[in-house]
Design a protein around this ligand. Structure first.
Ligand code: PMP
Length: 437
């Protein structure tokens, strides 16, 4: 059968032309530009449940889900109601307000070992602030990060980052001063021996190790058994903090994120966490937090400065709270079902058509590598057929399924992905696999 949609998209092309006049590259975040898959990014005008509609009136199954936040699907009625109510009560006060307290309480209640959070506006702000706090607490300046992990576009954390940095094959970004990058030690993921060695050499200078709780920005690469626990042990031995970045996994991998799935390591919980995406329900809200004793170092209680005009915004807090409250066990069960159905379809169809692939998954978070064999780190992840992914992406798009436009990204599902959306996707996977074989 002929796929329903052509490769040309006149209304999106016109919007892209206008956007390029006033926005660099026509996009406000690089991966949206279809840089590695080519073609015109589709400009969306509306979303409902698992579907979104572009400016040409075409309907897609959404497997981007705003890169994670839309765990309940688009325009979920409970969240929409909470947002309308909050907006009717005023948009922002610049004073403490009620809804931010409710959101902070809900987050702390869900995550074992977490005692306090500070609300911010993006995942980038959360990791930036967590790193500053770790440096302030320890009086040290070096930071360990892992190649392929993305923690937002914080200067010190852009080195060997995944996500868009991987998609565009960028070296470390111009504009990051050597002084900022020079304090960053980049190590291969899942390699405890490398961590041991870095601490043996520079242990007294390292303020923190930051890691994605379960990486999703080089594709999904689960921590090897004992890896997280080892990080906890080594950091504790050397007086450094462990920062677990749960911006992507938080409240998605389980009610409590990755920690809820793996459990608190025998060697202890991380010192600091970062959250974003799901906890904002599609609005700009994120958080960093940890033990009260560490968080007490933040202004106004302590000397480490951190602030924000819109932090704890009441409308964003209302959206986040309503989203978390709607994230029931049934929601997580449905996410698992959808992930099961789609990963099975990929394995079946790619297998049938002889397309090299590897599916990796943590909870309902999964990604498809266009290569065979286990992917344990960034070097493994980069050894895949990105060009073939590009052809697959467009084959899917023609069939009304919008994947993330990069082979380094998670395929995000929502609990609103019903049988209709799943069947559409499964059929598109089979036809697209046949097309690119
Ligand atoms: N950390 C992780 C693990 C992420 O996945 C992301 C965003 N993809 C960020 C931090 C940065 O979040 P934001 O884009 O909201 O700044």
């Amino acid at each position: 059968p002929n796929p329903p949609y052509p490769d040309t998209a006149p209304a999106s092309e016109e919007l892209l032309r206008r956007a390029r006049e006033v926005i660099p590259g026509g996009v406000n975040s690089p991966v949206r530009a279809y840089g590695s898959v080519g073609g015109t990014p589709r400009f969306m005008v509306r979303g409902e449940g698992p579907w979104m509609w572009d400016a040409d009136g075409r309907r897609y199954v959404d497997l981007v889900c705003s890169w994670g936040p839309m765990i309940l699907g688009h325009a979920h009625p409970d969240v929409a109601r909470a947002v309308r109510q909050a907006a009717a009560d005023g948009f922002s006060f610049g004073t403490p307000s009620r809804r931010e307290v409710l959101l902070a309480e809900e987050i702390v209640r869900r995550v074992p070992s977490l005692e306090q959070v500070r609300l911010v506006n993006s995942g980038t702000e959360a990791t930036m602030s967590a790193i500053r706090l770790a440096r302030g607490v320890t009086g040290r300046s070096a930071v360990v990060k892992f190649a392929g992990c993305y923690h937002g576009h914080v200067d010190a954390l852009l080195a060997s980052a995944g996500s868009g940095v991987a998609t565009f094959g960028l070296p470390d970004s111009p504009g990051v001063p050597a002084s900022a990058a020079g304090e960053t030690i980049v190590l291969p993921y899942n390699d405890l021996a490398a961590v041991e060695q870095a601490f043996a050499e520079r242990g007294q200078q390292i303020a923190a190790v930051i890691t994605e709780a379960a990486p999703g920005n080089m594709g999904v690469v689960p921590p090897a058994p004992g890896f997280t626990e080892g990080l906890r042990r080594i950091t504790a031995e050397h007086g450094a903090l462990l920062v677990s970045d749960e911006v992507m996994t938080g409240f998605r991998a389980s009610t409590a994120g990755w920690l809820g799935l793996e459990g608190v390591p025998a060697s202890g919980a991380p010192d600091l966490f970062t959250f974003g995406k799901v906890m904002g329900g599609g609005f700009p809200a994120a958080a960093f937090g940890g033990r009260a004793e560490v968080m007490a170092m933040l202004a106004p209680e302590g000397p480490v400065y951190q602030a924000g005009t819109l932090s704890g915004n009441p409308v964003a807090s209302a959206a986040g709270l309503a989203t978390l409250q709607a994230c029931t066990p049934q929601v997580y069960a449905r996410l698992e079902e959808v992930a099961d159905a789609l990963t099975t379809a990929v394995r079946d169809s790619f297998g049938r058509h002889g397309i090299a692939h590897r599916v990796q998954r943590v909870g309902s978070m999964f990604s498809v590598f266009f290569r065979e064999g286990e992917v344990r780190d960034y070097d493994d992840a980069r050894e895949q057929d990105a060009q073939r992914f590009g052809r697959f992406f467009h084959a899917m798009l023609r069939r009304g399924v919008h994947l993330p436009p990069s082979c380094y990204e998670v395929w995000f599902v929502s609990a609103a992905h019903g049988d209709d959306a799943v069947e559409t996707t499964v059929r598109a996977i089979e036809e697209s696999a046949a097309e690119i074989a």
